[in-house]
Design a binder for this molecule. Sequence first.
Ligand code: SF4
Ligand code: SF4
Length: 69
Amino acid sequence: MGKTLQWEVSVNSKWCKKCGLCVEFCPRDVLEMNDIPTVKDAARCIGCLMCEMHCPDFAITVKRRENNG
Ligand code: SF4
Ligand code: SF4
């Protein structure tokens, strides 16, 4: 296996208003709504930033992370 590129999605629970927009707009079904949105399948994330762009409260961020191995 070569390098795999992964995306790290994190939600700021202090800012999140639990509107669920990020979950609705994710085209890859990465997120699910619990108390706050949580990542249910990080491997499906393609880093499209739809969740980040649609969050009205700037509470969700997507960062690229490189893993070796
Ligand atoms: S970056 Fe795209 S694929 Fe990844 S969680 Fe956000 S909306 Fe879903
Ligand atoms: S769109 Fe933003 S405020 Fe709404 S549930 Fe997602 S992270 Fe929380």
